[in-house]
Design a protein around this ligand. Structure first.
Ligand code: FMN
Length: 302
């Protein structure tokens, strides 16, 4: 059966991409399996300068999920280009550089800098809820999504995927704004803003007070938003949020996603991505699907 899909001009071996922030730069997972066997790798969110992220406590478990407020800890874009990108390219991985910033200028700088490298796709994260400046501030209103996308589009020479926030009133409007701004694809969802309280101390569990909810708990919300976004735009949609099995991924394809990303599941099952790929292959074998692309948008509504 044919498992490959085309994501804005880039051929992916299969539709499964490791999600940003849950996979580092791939090295740790390569001890478990060949990370180049994935459709792609979205690396940890990069910024212009290195960031230490937020103070601890930064992660807590929730029913069927987790809250994180890592706050974009990363070694900076130059360290990625010098140390991690060559390794990923040498392995033959499809590299999706996930980039964030505090200002429009930062985002444009990142796009220009990464355009000069051999990354395959730029994923612009305008949806991080865990940083004080920028991040999700750009991603919540259609107008600002349009503006930042258009500004980055003007300087970006790579396929541009805009990562959307679920913390919005109308995901279809935000998706349309990204398309109109010149995005080649959109990815969603980033985490849903949440909070946990330690009732013994009467303090928030996370030092940042609020964090982003991810994992299976968010999957129905993510699926609904991907379906709405896919119906609103003509560019490819990459779906994520709680995917941990082939069956989960197939549902995202059916609502219109061209590919999926697997995030939190990597943290409790280091082989989550290959497991998802195998589960998708099993589904195809069972249902006589010869080309995985036939499932994209195949949802029957009546
Ligand atoms: C610990 C952690 C760190 C994350 N860091 C990033 C990041 O740097 N950039 C980004 O775009 N998304 C980041 N995300 C969001 C994920 O990529 C993904 O959008 C979200 O977690 C939903 O998918 P999941 O339920 O499969 O994890 C992070 C998520 C987690 C759990």
């Amino acid at each position: 059966m044919k498992m490959s899909v085309n994501l804005c001009g880039v051929e992916l071996k299969n539709p499964v991409i490791a999600a940003s922030g849950t996979f580092g730069f791939g090295r740790e997972y390569d001890a478990f399996y060949d990370v180049a066997s994935l459709g792609g790798i979205s690396v940890k969110g990069l910024t212009r300068l290195p960031r230490l992220g937020n103070p601890p406590h930064r992660i807590t478990e929730t029913p069927s999920g987790m809250l994180n407020s890592v706050g974009l800890q990363n070694p900076g874009v130059e360290a990625f280009i010098q140390e991690d990108l060559p390794w990923l390219l040498e392995k033959g991985a499809v590299v999706i550089a996930n980039a964030a910033g505090s200002t429009q200028d930062d985002y444009c700088y990142m796009a220009e800098r990464l355009s000069k490298t051999d990354i395959h796709i730029l994923e612009m994260n305008i949806s991080c809820p865990n940083v004080k400046e920028g991040g999700v501030a750009f991603g919540t209103r259609p107008e600002s999504v349009y503006n930042i996308t258009a500004a980055v589009r003007a300087v970006c020479k790579k396929p541009l995927m805009v990562k959307l926030s679920p913390n919005v009133a109308d995901i279809a409007e935000v998706a349309k704004a990204a398309q109109e701004g010149g995005a080649d694809a959109i990815s969603l969802i980033n985490t849903l803003t949440g909070m946990a309280v330690d009732i013994r101390t009467r303090r928030p569990v996370l030092a940042n007070v609020v964090g982003g909810l991810s994992g299976p708990a968010v999957r129905p919300v993510a699926l609904r938003m991907c379906w709405q976004a896919a119906n609103a735009v003509s560019i490819p949609v990459v779906g994520m949020g709680g995917i941990e099995s082939g069956a989960d991924a197939i549902a995202f394809l059916m609502v219109g996603c061209t590919a999926v990303q697997v995030g939190t599941a990597n943290l409790y099952n280091p082989c989550a991505c290959p497991d998802v790929i195998r589960g998708m292959e099993e589904y195809c074998a069972q249902y006589g699907v010869e080309d995985i692309r036939d499932l994209i948008g195949s949802l029957i509504l009546n």
